[in-house]
Write a protein that binds this ligand. Structure first.
Ligand SMILES: Nc1nc2c(ncn2[C@@H]2O[C@H](COP(=O)(O)OP(=O)(O)OP(=O)(O)O)[C@@H](O)[C@H]2O)c(=O)[nH]1
Ligand SMILES: [Zn+2]
Length: 237
């Protein structure tokens, strides 16, 4: 129900009841505004949303008409400030983000949801604490657990109202993470296909990638990866 010209409620009061629990998480996503976003690969439309429940801002980038019937090439990307913005080679996030945008540009049509759930949901400062432990030999899962967190605290229920707002009905999802596919599907997102996104392997993230495959169930082998380029080539179209 619109409240004013720039800001209207897309979705209110979606109740999620986890199996075996009486707790209810209310998801409230409000569309705020949209603008053009030129990038080296294409000029996307950037749609800004606010999650009233958490106060977090989330973004969708779209290219082409994503509201027509067929499945849309898509990426659901969780924030990684270090990898996405600061060129970190500890993980593969920045490389995946760039590759996803390139593939959407090549297809001429697609959507990327950029979710502000840094550090698999534990936040930036706790991710730095986890990295400190990893510097001492813990792996990415052990570090989270040592800090008292589960390995992955992300949620995907907020994707549904964002995709509904954009008119996207089905995704060809770029991810190596089958648990992300399951979680999205459980939350009501239709995924017609999973497409691997194996890029950015380098000497600093090989152990991290192996742990994701071994402990977090990511469907990838190190041999599948295209190597990371240098910083210059990461920024070129
Ligand atoms: N807690 C923690 N979070 C991390 C670490 N490395 C990356 N992240 C966060 O992990 C999230 C990305 O998750 P990944 O496990 O890399 O990948 P995914 O999203 O599950 O799967 P893909 O779709 O294949 O990328 C981002 O929010 C990063 O900030 C780490 O060592 N510890
Ligand atoms: Zn990362």
């Amino acid at each position: 129900m619109p409240t004013n010209l720039l800001s209207w409620v897309v979705y209110i009061g979606r109740a999620l009841v986890p199996a075996g629990s009486q707790s209810r998480i209310i998801v409230t996503i409000r569309f705020i505004a949209a603008s053009q976003l030129p990038t080296p690969w294409a000029t996307f439309t950037m749609h800004g949303f606010e999650d009233e429940a958490t106060g977090k801002d989330h973004i969708a980038l779209t290219l082409g008409d994503v509201s027509i019937g067929e499945a849309v090439l898509g990426r659901v990307h969780s924030e990684c400030l270090t990898g996405d913005a600061l060129f970190s080679m500890r993980c593969d996030c920045g490389y995946q983000l760039q590759e996803a945008l390139k593939r959407i540009a090549a297809e001429g049509r697609g959507v990327l949801l950029y979710l502000r759930q840094e550090g698999r949901g534990i936040g930036l400062l706790n991710k730095i604490r986890a990295y400190h432990l990893q510097d001492q030999g813990y792996d990415t899962v052990e570090a989270n657990e040592h800090l008292g967190f589960n390995a992955d605290l992300r949620r995907y229920d907020l994707c549904v109202p964002m995709l509904e707002h954009l008119g996207v009905r089905s995704l060809k999802l770029m991810t190596n993470n089958p648990r992300k596919v399951d979680a999205l599907t459980r939350d009501g997102v239709t995924i017609s296909e999973r497409l691997a996104l194996t890029t950015g392997r380098n000497p600093h993230n090989e152990h991290y990638l192996s742990t994701k495959a071994g402990k977090l169930g990511h469907l990838m082998a190190l041999e599948d990866f295209t190597p990371a380029g240098d910083v210059e080539s990461r920024r070129k179209p």
